[in-house]
Design a protein. Structure first.
Length: 124
């Protein structure tokens, strides 16, 4: 896991300076959608921390984190994945951005709903 975190951090550091030059402008609707996606990722983060607190009762389904991640692994994952999602969306051409965002909303919404269904709350 630590090796992947380093790779992602290097990617972020190398791409952020050119972000404004290479990407299409965002529409207001795209900005609002991304804010919603980020809020959903934060809810998922809290739910996943709850999984880490109760390894005897719940399993994580994200293969990157494994079945029983530590809170530190969960925090590292979300602290990196949220900006990576934003950057990936940022570099997607504007005419396709809404499709990427729809996929992100659908997948995050599904995960959050399923987590609530099995009794997971949001705890930080």
């Amino acid at each position: 896991m630590k090796k992947y975190i380093l790779i992602i951090m290097l990617f972020l550091i190398s791409t952020i300076p050119g972000a404004g030059i290479c990407a299409d402008p965002w529409t207001p609707a795209q900005k609002y959608a991304q804010a919603g996606i980020t809020a959903m990722q934060i809810i998922d983060w809290g739910q996943t921390r709850n999984i880490a607190s109760h390894p005897e009762s719940f399993r994580e389904s994200n293969p990157i984190m494994g079945n029983h991640p530590s809170k530190g692994s969960v925090d590292a994952y979300f602290l990196l994945s949220i900006p990576v999602h934003i950057l990936a969306t940022h570099f997607t051409p504007s005419k396709y951005r809404k499709y990427i965002q729809a996929i992100q909303i659908g997948s995050s919404g599904y995960c959050i709903t399923e987590n609530f269904r099995i009794g997971l709350g949001v705890k930080f």
